[in-house]
Ligand binder design. Structure first.
Ligand code: SAM
Length: 513
């Protein structure tokens, strides 16, 4: 359908344009471990040597970030697109990362490699975009290579949330197949066809009201992402039940969601749907009912091979050994948040002192309990508050304190490589945190302020402006570029104050410097 010139090896997967460069925190062992623990399950130890395989790693940004900040981990990643692999290897070499190997193998070729057994096999944004035969290859790799007790993270486009949009995608690919133009142009023309149908009153749009806003959104999205999302020959919307059956053949069970909000049942059901969910006993059917309750479009599933329940003492001990760290400025943590159950107001008496304690640095549960302002809160309610803040994206669980290799030299070298790429005009907005064992987003201007700080520049705003100017960049005001130097500098001074107040302490807490 997509008329791929490289179709002999790509099996109809888009290769005419490469994928976007992105970091996905769900691929982090520390992030997945907390998901398992939220549901009461034991996860692999991160303070001993562990192994991670990523399937379909794209440009390998996530894998490189994770290798840089998890020195106990040995990382392996594969992607059959040579452009992706060369880009991944270049970044690893630039940053001096030695605990990672990138392969240019397809899933079926990977089977011929002499590989170790893995504690984690992860795939993000892959499973819905490949053929059933390739899904089978993946399950086969998992069946043969995942350790007992190992975890599998798999994300996919799900039903029923995608149902209304599926015919629009089909029309786009059918139309594209009739056009003899490059892939990007096919996409634009297919979008135009849909727009014409909508404007001329096609009933499909009135019967499926979520499609028109989705098309508006698509117009704003990155074209490389969209081509990989919509234009692969294989494109299958999956029910959780289908994925559970496929993973079941490798002896896996679903244990938790890497979308933390879904592990908080009291916050994740709209209306009265929780009662319907509660009356179902079958665990797979329960997840399907959940997906109907929320009209789920994208699932982030965590499966395990063998499940061991944590005892109450082990659950508590895990929280006492694991630091929790804010991943955004304290001032950017409002005491309310949107959940499927509706907007939730967080009790200031419980959450203010918790956020204040974490703002001064990452803390374990035991350390939080030693704070006078938190000493009265029972451990169970502190654990729940941490989970709620995790679900809101305010904090993450980091590498356990017992990790011996706490030397941040490799992640520092990685972060320097990213800052140098920023200077060369290549935006890569995630740095590696050895505290989290995961990546942290830092916008280009904040990266430049960080550099100004590291180089002890006299005037930080002038330093950042000189770099932006050399890259031909301008700041924006109300969507318009600020063209004169004085206006850019004035805005940078404000941004510099905010950086020193909010972002620099965060960079210190997460050991990004
Ligand atoms: C949508 S991208 C996701 C990339 C990355 N996981 C991310 O989220 O940024 C899917 C990736 O899977 C790779 N891929 C697709 N089919 C594959 C196969 N049969 N063997 C190896 N890699 C494959 C593609 O080249 C692409 O980089």
């Amino acid at each position: 359908m997509s008329q791929n010139v490289n179709s002999a090896w790509s099996a109809g997967y888009v290769t005419e344009v490469d994928y976007t460069v992105g970091f996905y925190r769900e691929l982090s062992p520390s992030f997945l471990n907390w998901a398992a623990v939220q549901r009461g399950y034991r996860a692999p130890d991160l303070d001993r040597p562990f192994t991670v395989l990523e399937l379909g790693c794209g440009h390998g940004y996530s894998a490189n970030v994770l290798a840089a900040c998890n020195p106990e981990g040995r990382f392996y990643a594969t992607d059959f697109n040579p452009t992706h692999v060369v880009s991944a290897r270049r970044l690893a070499a630039e940053a001096g990362i030695t605990n990672i190997s990138f392969f240019e193998d397809s899933f079926s070729e990977l089977k011929n490699r002499d590989l170790p057994e893995f504690d984690y096999i992860n795939l993000h944004g892959v499973y819905s975009w490949i053929s059933p035969a390739n899904r089978h290859e993946i399950v086969d790799i998992i069946a043969r290579k995942l350790k007992p007790g190992g975890l599998v993270y798999v994300s996919y486009n799900s039903l029923p949330g995608w149902a209304a949009m599926a015919p629009a995608r089909r029309l786009m690919t059918e139309y594209a197949a009739t056009l003899g133009v490059p892939l990007t142009n096919k996409f634009e023309q297919a979008l135009t066809l849909l727009q014409q149908l909508k404007d001329s009153g096609a009933h499909y749009f009135s019967a499926n009201p979520m499609v028109a806003p989705r098309l508006d959104k698509i117009r704003e999205q990155n074209r490389n992402y969209l081509l990989h999302e919509y234009f692969n020959d294989a494109w299958e919307l999956l029910y959780h039940a289908d994925v559970a059956v496929e993973m079941g053949t490798a002896k896996l069970n679903f244990i938790a969601s890497a979308n933390y909000a879904e592990n908080l049942d009291h916050l994740s059901f709209p209306g009265q749907t929780r009662a319907v969910y509660d009356q179902i006993n079958d665990p797979v059917l329960k997840e399907t009912v959940r997906d109907f309750a929320t009209n789920q479009q994208f699932r982030r599933d965590l499966f395990s091979r063998g499940r061991i329940r944590l005892t109450a003492a082990e659950h508590r001990a895990w929280h006492d050994a694991t630091p929790f760290a804010l991943v955004r400025a304290r001032s950017a943590c409002p005491l309310k948040g949107a959940f499927p159950a509706g907007e939730v107001n967080l009790k200031p008496e419980a959450y203010e002192p918790l956020l204040d304690a974490l703002a001064s640095g990452p803390k374990t549960l035991a350390e939080l309990q030693r704070q006078p302002a938190l000493a009265q809160q029972p451990p169970a309610s502190l654990i729940e508050s941490l989970q709620v803040l995790g679900a809101l994206g305010y904090l993450q669980a980091g590498r356990p304190l017992s990790c011996k290799a706490r030397n941040a030299a490799v992640s520092r070298a990685f972060n320097q490589a990213i800052l140098h790429r920023a200077l060369a005009g290549q935006d890569m907005t995630t740095l590696a945190s050895p505290v989290l064992g995961s990546g942290v987003n830092l916008a280009l201007t904040d990266q430049l302020f960080l550099l100004a700080h590291q180089q002890s520049a006299k005037d930080h705003a002038a330093f950042v402006w000189s770099k932006l100017n050399a890259m031909g960049r301008r700041l924006l005001h109300e969507g318009q570029p600020l063209n004169d130097e004085a206006a850019n500098l004035a805005k940078l001074r404000e941004m510099g104050d905010q950086f020193s107040r909010d972002t620099l302490p965060l960079c210190r807490n997460l050991a990004l410097l």
